[in-house]
Design a binder for this molecule. Structure first.
Ligand code: PLP
Length: 413
């Protein structure tokens, strides 16, 4: 009988070295440990991901109904920029936000803003090119900049100034290799909304050093207490700007995967970049078509999110509660978020003898079965912060805050 062929010992397949410095801790090692604990039958309260639907937030019925009706017509690929109807609706949205010099060919839909962040970083950055990114940040920006070979340079957002960007710090970090600046407004993880004066100062720095501006505005419809959201692109008609938004958060449909980006302002100086964006956009064929088909209805129909963020609404009331509860814990302090659904409290690390925020997150998980994301997960360079997602219902938050207070009352003391 024929002998079975002996296979040689297979070589190891290592991940690409491009990933060596890429970090995405929102779903990182502590979250893996939480999943492991869940698989053993333990109940974990997950306050780590900004995913509204599992916490009972619903999109307006008309959006779902619209998708149902349109589904049979969404079998094919769309234009790689996106459906005409979706882009037209986004164009009108851009007009309302006073974003100048927008045309249909400068609008792209994506499988969430996530895909478009990656696409832009790949299109813009050569090895060693620097890009200014906030600290703390939504970590996908740093991850995608790194993956594309660029160098993320973090500028500080100042907790003492309600988490606004520190303009002097930005200015001090510009070098001859800096190509762009990223702002996240409203901000994840801090909940800050930037006032006009701050945006104008950022524009001034970008103008002086000829930087491209990327503005992630996915939470623009979740502002509270009357805070007005201003698109930075509306203040920079002479500069190359890319503005990102989508329906994941404002319409509570993160699972449908629909976002967009809008090129505006000085389009001439980004012709070559646009060529690159078009190439990458073509290479991914198009974004999810059923999700594109509801953009028009979602943007211009009933805005259920408005009810959530005004007094009496769930996001508003939960924010107030969590803010008060955290600040009443000895050793914890937090700035009141103005938008979105995150809070980024500060820990008195001396009091609790904390030097490693991952260990702190693991200790909290093991002792109280609460999963948060450590500050380091947002490229914050001290072990003294963490992020809480305050989407769960009030009774769940009550329990979580009591557990948290109890945890800190005994932690390392
Ligand atoms: N930008 C920010 C600031 C976010 O917080 C998130 C998701 O949490 C995203 C982008 C990604 O959103 P999308 O669901 O559109 O990919």
């Amino acid at each position: 009988a024929a002998q079975p062929q002996r296979s040689p010992i297979m070589r190891q397949f290592k991940k690409s070295s491009k990933l060596d410095n890429v970090l995405y801790d929102v779903r990182g090692p502590v979250a893996d440990e939480a999943n492991r604990m869940e698989s053993e039958g333990l109940r974990i309260l997950k306050l780590n991901i900004g995913n509204p639907a599992p916490f009972g937030f619903r999109t307006p019925d008309e959006v779902i109904q619209d998708m149902r009706l349109q589904l049979p017509d969404c079998e094919g690929y769309s234009d790689s920029h996106g459906l005409f109807s979706a882009r037209k609706a986004i164009m009108q949205y851009a007009q309302i936000k006073h974003i100048p010099n927008v045309s249909m060919d400068g609008i792209y839909t994506g499988n969430g803003v996530s895909e478009l962040i990656n696409l832009c970083m790949q299109a813009l950055l050569d090895n060693g090119d620097e890009i200014l990114i906030p600290s703390p940040d939504y970590p996908l920006w740093t991850a995608c900049a790194t993956l594309s070979g660029g160098v993320p340079v973090h500028y500080i957002c100042d907790e003492q100034a309600e988490w606004c960007p520190d303009i002097a710090d930005i200015e001090s970090k510009v070098t001859s290799r800096t190509k762009a600046i990223v702002i996240i407004n409203p901000n994840n993880p801090t909940g800050a909304v930037y006032p006009r004066e701050i945006l104008e100062q950022i524009v001034e720095v970008a103008r002086k050093h000829q930087l491209m501006i990327f503005s992630d505005e996915i939470y623009d419809r979740l502002c509270m207490d009357g805070h007005e959201h201003i698109s930075i692109a509306s203040l920079a008609p002479d500069l190359p700007c890319v503005t990102f938004s989508g329906l994941s958060k404002s319409h509570m449909i993160a699972g449908y995967r629909i976002g967009w980006m809008i090129l505006s302002g000085n389009r001439r100086c980004m012709e070559d970049f646009t060529y690159g964006v078009n190439m990458l956009s073509n290479m991914r064929l198009c974004s999810n078509v059923p999700a594109q088909s509801i953009v028009q209805t979602a943007l211009w129909g009933h805005q259920s999110v408005e009810g959530y963020v005004r007094p009496g609404g769930r996001v508003y009331e939960q924010r107030n509660y969590v803010y008060e509860a955290l600040n009443s814990i000895p050793g914890i302090s937090a700035v009141k978020p103005k938008a979105a659904f995150y809070i980024f409290p500060k820990i008195d690390v001396k009091k609790f003898n904390i030097t490693d925020d991952e260990q702190f997150a693991l200790d909290l998980l093991h002792q109280k079965r609460i999963l948060i994301t450590r500050g380091g997960g947002f490229n914050w360079h001290e072990p003294d912060h963490f992020r809480i997602v305050y989407l769960p219902r009030m009774e769940v938050l009550h329990e979580a805050m009591e557990d948290l207070a109890d945890f800190f009352a005994h932690y390392r003391q």
